[in-house]
Write a protein that binds this ligand. Structure first.
Ligand code: SF4
Ligand code: ZN
Length: 726
């Protein structure tokens, strides 16, 4: 059986090699061998060649040895008589195919051909980091790579919706007989994009390399594996990157060769045609190549073969419900009704009620529903009032639970929720309305999801929805008072005021030695876990990733070192980290996994530090972009002078306290300044440097070291007069 596969894979790889060879030599002739090549916003050159061969391809010339290597992997087509017991030759051909494809698409970038229309093409490191957290916390249980086209548009939508309902990140592309699933979905108006978990990569099989070289980068970004450690990389993708291929329609040599490459990475391939199956496991966790001709079963079969477990939430609402719909927007043309935003007053408020007065599951609507809108109007005021009770419920958990309303309601297809508290904005689409969605379903969702995710702390949930202006106004007065009290309480919490910190080990599924220690004044580097979040999460799952760490005796107040914190980190980092300073960038800083919101980096010549956020793509005075900087931080190792942090840590009184705090900050992107806005100004005042914000350079006045130094001198930045950093 595997002979047919090997034959096709070898033939496909040979064709890809010929194409890569011709294109590369043509490019060398036209542009010279020193012409630079590469992909946008990555620290990993041509990632497949970098990860597996350790090669740093920067110019056309550098790609030549990669091609040579690919050629050496392409064996003779097996003769009729030979029985091939192993997959070996097919896998080698598969790897060769991937190296060649990567060179071909890099050349397409050079000539401005890719990314093609409607497609993302190369996926940046920054997106990978952003997705990291969703992949580790289970919101995204797996990744699908679809190649080809379904027999008809309806089936294409059906397959993709099934994947979406299971929150699988789905890459769509390639073609069958000149038809691509991308166009099938476009014709059916399926909303695509990262936020919808459906990502079009390109219309030919070659461009599927964008997905595979995205996957291989996770080994370097999160796994702490060094470029060139091929076996480790492939074991990592097999064991930790839960991806699979779905080949739709007839397969040709290109698809087989690429599929063999995917299998070599540990990703099984499922086809909807009568292909010879490869049941052997080892290279993949279970079967390597299987067929499933029934479209109703194909997605389940794929999940089974890849060993992906999905938690399906059964929420009794008349629309589809899954995390994959979280980012879906409801545009004006689809709008049935909206609440909040510019349209009306809306807010949401969750508080603890008295257990004996609450009736679990009771949902009341006080006012008119969305099928009784005033004529010509598309909005109503709205107050969502949630009351909960539970033996383990604490007042401190109220804001955490309240914040989940955003996520919970967004998961419903045809619902959009933006903001929180009295800044919320909710939209319901015509489609959702037509399917029977009414206001009480908001309550159904909140009730069901609070039970599903927070049953350890919540016993009863009751929801009231108000839609008359006077009710909403009246209730809002009280809510606002409580919002303020909460802010004050959180503002007052300090590291000294508690005796227990919390760990977060979620990212260990990707970065096995990484440990986040979360304190009241320093949140997790992904920005998603504050001390209160971690505390609540521990109450919910006492054996989960957030464990209490009783600080124990203080070893160093300035650096932020405690006996038990060190001991805990040592244990949980598999003995790879001995000491960790919570407040220092230079001396035993915390490790970074890969999903940090910002990177702090020293600028020795300025005697200061800079910080750059993930969304800023330009150059920084360190001479590197976020992406390049990020490439040298991560994988669960300590890198003094470089540190991944959450955005809000900048506002903390413990922000690199050991190095002198905020006064050390000499550069940050303008958008980050604006984002932190008044709060950052307030911090500057508190430290007695009211003008500091203006003295901190941004990209409008410095993007090189020289520009930075002259700017700092001109404005008299305090870092220049501080103790030497190194
Ligand atoms: Fe990962 Fe740290 Fe965020 Fe936890 S707090 S999810 S370990 S980055
Ligand atoms: Zn992480």
């Amino acid at each position: 059986m595997s002979k047919i596969v090997a034959t096709l894979a070898i033939q496909g790889a040979a064709k890809l090699y010929a194409q890569a060879f011709d294109s590369l030599n043509k490019a060398i002739k036209e542009k010279g061998e020193n012409q630079k090549i590469g992909f946008p916003e990555t620290a990993f050159y041509l990632p497949m060649a970098n990860a597996l061969l350790g090669a740093k391809v920067e110019t056309l010339k550098d790609a030549l040895p990669i091609l040579e290597h690919a050629k050496s992997l392409i064996k003779e087509v097996p003769s009729e008589k030979v029985w091939l017991p192993y997959l070996g030759d097919a896998l080698d051909a598969g790897m060769a195919a991937l190296f060649c494809e990567e060179i071909i698409v890099a050349l397409r970038y050079l000539y401005g051909i890719d990314p093609e229309k409607d497609c993302v093409g190369f996926c940046t490191d920054s997106i990978l980091r952003q997705l990291g957290i969703q992949l580790v916390d289970g919101r995204m249980p797996g990744v699908a790579l679809i190649l080809g086209a379904a027999p008809d548009n309806k089936k294409a939508v059906e397959i993709v919706r099934q994947l979406q309902e299971k929150n699988i990140l789905t890459f769509v592309g390639s073609s069958t007989n000149g038809r691509s699933i991308i166009d099938q979905l476009l014709e059916e108006n399926v909303e695509m994009g990262w936020e919808n978990y459906i990502v079009p990569y390109g219309r030919d099989t070659i461009s599927s390399i964008y997905v595979l070289n995205f996957a291989i980068r996770s080994t370097l970004t999160f796994g702490g594996i060094k470029a060139g450690q091929a076996q480790k990389c492939l074991a990592y993708t097999r064991d930790r990157v839960l991806a699979f291929g779905l080949a739709l329609g007839a397969v040709d040599e290109y698809k087989v060769a690429t599929g063999a490459g995917a299998i070599a990475m540990g990703f099984p391939v499922i086809a909807d045609t009568d292909i010879p199956e490869i049941k052997a496991s080892g290279v993949t966790t279970y079967e390597a190549l299987v067929k499933e001709l029934d479209y109703k079963k194909i997605v389940w079969r794929a999940l089974e073969v890849r060993g992906i477990k999905v938690k399906v939430s059964n929420i009794p609402v008349p629309v589809a419900y899954a995390a994959a719909f979280e980012g879906e927007r409801v545009r004006k043309e689809q709008l049935h009704v909206e609440f909040g935003g510019k349209a009306s007053t809306a807010f949401e408020f969750l508080s603890t009620g008295k257990a004996d007065e609450l009736e679990d599951g009771k949902i009341e609507l006080i006012g008119s529903d969305i099928d009784q809108l005033p004529k010509g109007s598309k909005s109503l005021p709205l107050a969502i009032i949630v009351e909960v009770s539970g033996r383990k419920m604490q007042k401190d958990f109220e804001p955490i639970l309240e914040r989940q309303i955003h996520r919970f309601t967004n998961y419903a297809m045809g619902l959009m929720h933006v903001g929180q508290r009295d800044m919320s904005w909710v939209r319901i689409s015509n489609d959702a309305f037509a399917k029977g969605f009414r206001l009480k379903h908001l309550g159904v969702i909140i009730h069901a999801m609070l039970h599903q995710e927070y049953s350890a702390i919540v016993d009863k949930v009751q929801v009231k929805l108000y839609t008359t202006q006077s009710d909403v106004d009246k209730l809002l007065v009280h809510a606002k008072k409580v919002y303020e009290e909460r802010d004050e309480r959180i503002g007052e919490m300090t590291d000294e005021s508690v005796d227990t910190y919390y760990s977060c080990l979620l990212c260990q599924s990707f970065a096995p030695n990484h440990v986040c220690v979360v304190t009241p004044e320093r949140l997790g580097l992904c920005g998603a876990y504050s001390w209160l979040d971690a505390k609540a999460s521990f109450e919910i799952t006492p054996t989960g990733p957030n464990q209490p760490i009783l600080k124990g005796s203080t070893l160093d107040k300035r650096l932020g070192q405690w006996e038990n914190v060190n001991e805990f980190v040592k244990q949980k980092s598999n003995k790879s980290v001995e000491t960790v300073s919570m407040y220092s960038l230079m001396d035993s800083p915390q490790t970074s996994c890969g999903c940090f919101e910002c990177i702090l980096a020293i600028i020795p010549e300025a005697n200061g530090v800079m910080i750059v956020n993930r969304d800023y793509s330009g150059l920084t005075p360190s001479g590197m972009s976020f992406t390049t900087l990020a490439g040298s931080v991560g994988g669960g190792v300590q890198t003094p002078g470089f540190l991944g942090v959450g955005k809000l840590y900048i506002l903390s009184k413990k922000f690199i306290y050991a190095e002198g705090g905020l006064k050390r900050l000499v550069w940050m992107p303008k958008e980050l300044k604006e984002l932190l806005g008044d709060k950052l100004k307030k911090r500057c005042q508190e430290i007695g440097e009211p003008d500091l914000l203006d003295k901190i350079a941004d990209e409008t006045n410095a993007t090189t070291s020289d520009e930075l130094l002259s700017y700092l001198a001109k404005v008299g930045h305090p870092a220049l007069a501080m103790d030497a950093l190194m």
